[in-house]
Design a protein around this ligand. Structure first.
Ligand code: NOJ
Length: 730
């Protein structure tokens, strides 16, 4: 009996077998149609899709949500298709599933990879509990252009910070092992250089040098892959003339060849079909052929692989072995996830963990950490909870939608705590809180100004909450102006004219050019879109229950005309000098940013001292230790993000004026001092020479330690004594 049972039960269903054997066993049983089916992904569920699932012609769905619905659809695949291969359900879980955290640009402002890892792991726990296996995240595109709406989805402008965050996300989503039930597969996107879109216009052409590709845009992807990300999404954009979803150089040579990536590649939404629109394919057959041969394993929503691959194989235009390779990669991830053993989820578990108390507390903790204090003249902040009156003004002061931000997954506006609610719950019972919306985010109506002005006149202080609505950043949400939209700046000016001191609270998905407020408003908080706990986190900061310690992951320009502006620029042959005309600057505005990368204040003050660098002479195999002390010399506990920048002073190719190479967020009590030590390996200070080989050249390296990229407190240097060539990727 036992023998009979064993011979009937296919090997691929035996979880005690090694994954590779299970894959080969299953593959050998699949028809070509079923193999192609694994490579097709569709959005939502229809009768037609159900039929295709039964026929084994769909491998994955996105945007199917809910315990009942994912179970129902999964049952069709597992119980009604010939081989019972489970579907992998994908979703854009970017900054929370139902417990919504700050947008990724806000998460990056924590400069705290532990916070990011925690947010991602909570998102994974909630999503997996409701039947999601795979997130289209993290978005690791470097963005140097705030016009591009998708800057909100990533970690900002810096490859080092971006790489640290990329790793933290992958570790958070994927946990220790994908076979654990509370993990989901990560999908770093959009591979690659999507953030370099010309003019900051989404989907636009990207034309960048090999150096910029390798030194700026690739490192966060590399970090995500190194951390074990099992899928990658190929982007919409063309890169130097080759669309990313048909680019054998980036997908095969770099991703699989140089990095040894062993997961699968999914195209972005219809990016394979768009190869025709790009003008590199004449029809779906050519598009499918190019995408597959470049290394795209799964077609998201394009219906191109479904329609074209069978014929291409039959006509001998592509070898069946190329299909087999792609299917192996997809099946491997399904086996790793344990989908064959656990295709369904239990409603009970979801009820227990989704939006549970611990998750809401984590969302609050992380939201507070994301807040950046841009300005605090005369220590206007924090306010006293016993203040007798406070005006809460602005279109976003009581808005439940905006704090969710773009890509807020299944976030529910009813769960959002607004700034007005946060303030009301914090102040003393005797404090009079007046609220006036003032104006809309967009539009030209000033009808609400009078009410706002009188609220401000009757109050000791006005908290004015301004910015962008949630749909003004994210995909297809680019802006040519970076000012506060609509008449919001006029509202600020009108309130300012009352003489009542203003605390400006910003909610936005990109750096905004707020030159007037930066000059006139005494206190400014950048809160991005903080998620469902926004109002509590902001009120905690306004009234000093939490001391803000976030730092900007991206430069704020004075005006859109400065874009692109980023801290790790080159020196040029004529660096800007205020009084010399023939230098690299503008006639009409300063060349400096409004707020630099790494900037962020605290209610405490921090002193840096005792820089030690050792060794001062560096040879092959050495690591450089950079050590210094940070002391809280303020009168309250606070967080400081100490930042380490390095400059290669003379090299065979031009190098940035500074590059972030380390950072640490520390919490210090008043009077407390901590020694911080960073280690720099030769790889950390290496660069790509003119032949794109990774080298370290002898000579001086400047070390800069500080509180922002501009607020450098300690400097020193070391000398590299010999030429070293290193592997291309460490
Ligand atoms: C298109 C977006 O570019 C991508 O980021 C997202 O993951 C997919 N749509 C799926 O929603």
């Amino acid at each position: 009996m036992k023998m009979k049972y064993e011979s009937e039960r296919p090997l691929y269903l035996d979880s005690s077998q090694p994954i590779d054997r299970r894959i080969e066993d299953l593959l050998a049983r699949m028809t070509l149609e079923e193999k192609i089916g694994q490579m097709c992904q569709y959005s939502g569920i229809t009768g037609e899709y159900e039929r295709m699932i039964r026929e084994g012609r769909i491998g994955s769905l996105l945007n199917v949500v809910g315990v009942d619905e994912t179970n129902r659809v999964q049952r069709i695949a597992v119980e009604e298709s010939r081989l019972g291969i489970p579907l992998i359900f994908g979703l854009d879980v970017l900054h929370g599933y139902k417990t919504i955290f700050p947008i990724p640009l806000g998460l990056a402002s924590t400069w705290d990879p532990d916070a990011v890892r925690e947010a991602a792991s909570i998102a994974a726990a909630e999503a997996s509990a409701e039947g999601i296996h795979w997130t289209f995240a993290p978005m690791v595109d470097i963005a140097r252009d705030p016009r591009w709406g998708r800057i909100a989805e990533g970690a900002g402008e810096d490859p080092y910070l971006g790489s640290v965050m990329a790793r933290a996300y992958v570790e958070g989503y994927q946990g220790k092992s994908l076979s654990e039930p509370d993990t989901i597969v990560a999908c770093p996107k959009h591979y690659v250089a999507y953030g370099g879109a010309e003019g900051g216009r989404d989907y636009n052409t990207v034309d960048i040098s090999e150096r910029t590709l390798r030194e700026i845009y690739l490192p966060p992807f590399r970090a995500a892959v190194k951390a074990g990300a099992k899928t990658v999404m190929s982007a919409f954009n063309d890169l130097n003339g080759v669309p990313s979803s048909a680019n054998p150089y980036t997908l095969r040579t770099i991703l699989r060849g140089e990095w040894g990536f062993d997961g699968f590649v999914v195209s972005d939404w219809n990016a394979i079909g768009e190869l025709i629109v790009h003008g590199v394919a004449g029809d779906i057959y050519e598009a499918a052929e190019k995408a597959l041969m470049a290394g795209v394993d799964m077609d998201m929503q394009g219906d191109v692989y479904n329609r074209a691959l069978l014929r291409l194989v039959k006509e001998g235009r592509i070898p069946e072995e190329s299909i087999n390779e792609a299917v192996r990669r997809i099946l491997r991830v399904k086996f790793m996830l344990g989908l064959f053993e656990r295709p369904y989820v239990e409603a009970e578990r979801a009820k227990r963990i989704v939006k549970c108390k611990e998750h809401l507390e984590a969302a609050l903790k992380i939201a507070r950490k994301s807040i950046v204090l841009l300005k605090n003249e005369g220590n206007l902040l924090p306010l006293s909870k016993h203040i007798d009156s406070i005006a809460v003004i602005g279109p976003l002061a009581d808005d439940r939608e905006a704090p969710l931000g773009p890509w807020s997954c299944l976030g529910d506006p009813r769960d959002v705590i607004t700034v007005l609610e946060g303030i009301k719950s914090k102040v003393s019972p005797r404090t009079r809180v007046l609220y006036a919306k003032g104006c809309d985010v967009e539009g030209s109506s000033r009808d609400g100004f009078d009410e706002a002005i009188s609220a401000a006149k009757e109050s000791r202080v006005a908290v004015v909450v301004v910015g962008e609505s949630r749909d003004m950043s994210g995909e297809a949400a680019c802006r040519a102006h970076l000012d506060l939209p609509g008449v919001q700046e006029d509202l600020l000016k009108a309130v300012y004219a009352t003489g009542t001191p203003i605390v400006m609270v910003m909610m936005n998905g990109r750096p905004l050019s707020i030159s007037w407020p930066a000059e006139h408003i005494p206190a400014i908080l950048e809160t991005w879109f903080l998620g469902i706990q926004a109002g509590r986190a902001i009120a905690d900061v306004i009234f000093g229950d939490y001391n803000p310690g976030g730092k900007l992951p991206v430069t704020f320009p004075r005006t859109v005309g400065q874009v692109p502006i980023y801290y790790n620029h080159k020196n040029t042959g004529r660096p800007p000098a205020p009084n010399i005309k023939w230098t690299s600057k503008y006639l009409d505005i300063p060349y400096t940013p409004l707020f630099p990368f790494g900037h962020g204040l605290s209610y405490a003050r921090f002193e840096y001292s005792g820089l030690e660098i050792s060794p001062l002479e560096v040879w092959r195999g050495d690591v450089v230790r950079v050590r210094f002390k940070v002391k809280n010399v303020g009168d309250c506990e606070g967080d400081e993000v100490a930042q380490l920048y390095v400059r290669d002073v003379v090299a065979s190719v031009t190098r940035p004026v500074k590059e972030l190479k380390g950072f640490r967020r520390v919490t210090l009590k008043p009077g407390e001092e901590e020694t911080i030590e960073f280690t720099l390996t030769l790889e950390d200070i290496s660069f790509l020479n003119y032949e794109m080989r990774r080298i370290v050249e002898p000579g001086e390296f400047k070390v800069m330690v500080g509180s922002s990229s501009e607020d450098i407190r300690l400097t020193g240097s070391f000398i590299v004594k010999e030429y070293v060539e290193l592997p291309l990727w460490g």
